[in-house]
Design a protein around this ligand. Structure first.
Ligand code: CMP
Length: 139
């Protein structure tokens, strides 16, 4: 079944560069509804758990360091076919390959500092939402 919710994180570099407003505006303009959002910060240990699926990748340590280096903004978003539709809006993982009009093309600086995360499946979206939000924080 195709779900209508996805999970996103505005990453530390984009928060630091003051792009929260422009990025959430692009998300809302594409027809997503914001069901939950907050400004928070992960410890290195939190990031290691969140990115456990990448634990064997060469970039795992740098990824955890970067994602715990400053405030981030996790969000829960809804729209029909949310996961796929949101992946289209954010663009390719490497901003150099992301199409014009995508969030990573506009705000991504490198493959690490690629501005935003979007879940890649309904199952991962559900797990990632649970990692950051309790039931009473979701509307
Ligand atoms: P994201 O898909 O949000 O979550 C995993 C992150 O790892 C990814 O974004 C990139 O920012 C980062 N990363 C660094 N190097 C790579 C790589 N070679 N392939 C995929 N992701 C990478």
């Amino acid at each position: 079944m195709i779900g209508n919710k996805t999970f996103a994180i505005i990453k530390p570099s984009a928060v630091k560069d003051n792009h929260i407003g422009e990025i959430t505006a692009m998300i809302e303009k594409k027809g997503f509804r914001v069901n939950a959002m907050k400004l928070t910060k992960m410890s290195f240990d939190d990031a290691s758990k969140f990115y456990n699926v990448h634990k064997d990748k060469p970039f795992y340590n740098d990824l955890c360091k970067y994602m715990s280096a400053g405030p981030i903004m996790p969000l829960i978003l809804s729209k029909e076919n949310a996961v796929k539709s949101f992946r289209n809006l954010i663009g390719a993982t490497n901003p150099a390959e992301a199409q014009e009009g995508t969030i990573r093309h506009k705000f991504g600086k490198s493959i690490d500092e690629n501005a935003i995360h979007g879940s890649d499946s309904d199952e991962n979206a559900a797990n990632e939402m649970d990692f950051f939000f309790t039931k009473n924080e979701i509307f």
